[in-house]
Design a protein around this ligand. Structure first.
Ligand code: OAD
Length: 246
């Protein structure tokens, strides 16, 4: 079993010699920015049923309660800054010919770090959209939404622009993510417990299509699919990988 330093070299070599790279990130990629993950001891879902907060049923039953929870999360996220892992991924984008970052995170920290070639599979917490899907959407970066926001077009409630349980993922983004996984020479999985599909299946798609799959996680989960596991924190490992690339 190679040591971490050796694995960092192996990943850096693979990235250097690849023209098509795809990266999947989850809550762990933002953990070092102070964003709580979903599962695990400090996770947001610990002792909570996600359906009680992140579902249309919950919103329709208690829009103010659900907004209160999202307001609390937006307030938390507004304090957070990209960490060196986010920055390294933004830098990687500029070094690879064909690159796609697929994130399950809704916190906006990848964009804040400068990532552009990306797909937000689970939406974005800073977007507000009409609950009746009249088409109205707006960006609202205010950390606190004073009262239940209403759609200026049709007067219905506005809801957070995230994908809730039971909802479909954005079709265009899913197609892009799937294509990138199919075509990637290197597929890098960062900080996800890989339990929520379809994102969770992308590493397997990549592996079956011939990609080398790498995972960065202090508690790796992709053992069957992964070529190389780098056990540790993405904010520490990714900058070292980028440094070794050149
Ligand atoms: P999870 O909370 O399920 O998993 C976070 C993963 O990150 C775990 O495997 C941790 O070991 C790992 N981790 C923690 N700190 C890390 C660090 N500093 N560096 C690298 N890895 C670290 O979060 P997700 O996999 O993102 O969906 O969860 C997937 C989806 O489930 C979320 O997008 C959300 C949630 O329900 C929706 O809200 C629709």
């Amino acid at each position: 079993m190679a040591e971490l330093a050796e694995k960092i070299e192996i990943l850096a070599d693979a990235l250097r010699s690849s023209q098509r790279v795809a990266v999947l990130t989850g809550a762990g990629a933002s953990q070092e920015s102070g964003v709580p993950t979903f599962r695990g001891a400090e996770g947001l879902w610990k002792g909570k049923n996600p359906m009680e907060m992140a579902s249309m049923e919950a919103f329709l039953a208690d829009p103010a309660g659900v907004w209160e929870w999202y307001d609390w999360r937006r307030g938390q996220l507004a304090q957070c800054k990209p960490n060196p892992g986010h920055v390294a991924l933004a830098e990687l984008e500029s070094k690879v010919e064909d690159f796609l970052l697929v994130t399950q995170n809704v916190d906006g920290l990848h964009q804040a770090a400068g990532s552009k070639k990306m797909v937000e599979l689970h939406g974005d917490i800073w977007t507000l959209k009409c609950v009746k899907e009249c088409g109205y959407k707006t960006l609202n970066k205010s950390p606190s939404i004073a009262k239940l926001p209403r759609c200026p077009t049709c007067e219905e409630y506005l809801r957070p622009g995230v994908v809730w349980f039971g909802e479909s993922l954005p079709e265009e983004g899913l197609i892009q993510a799937h294509a990138a996984a199919t075509q990637a020479e290197v597929f890098l999985v960062v900080g996800t417990s890989a339990v929520v599909f379809p994102a969770a299946g992308l590493a397997t798609v990549a592996r079956r299509s011939g990609a080398k799959v790498f995972e960065i996680n202090p508690y790796p989960v992709q053992k069957k699919t992964t070529t190389v596991v780098l056990k540790g924190l993405s904010g520490e490992i990714l900058p070292q990988v980028l440094e070794k690339m050149y």
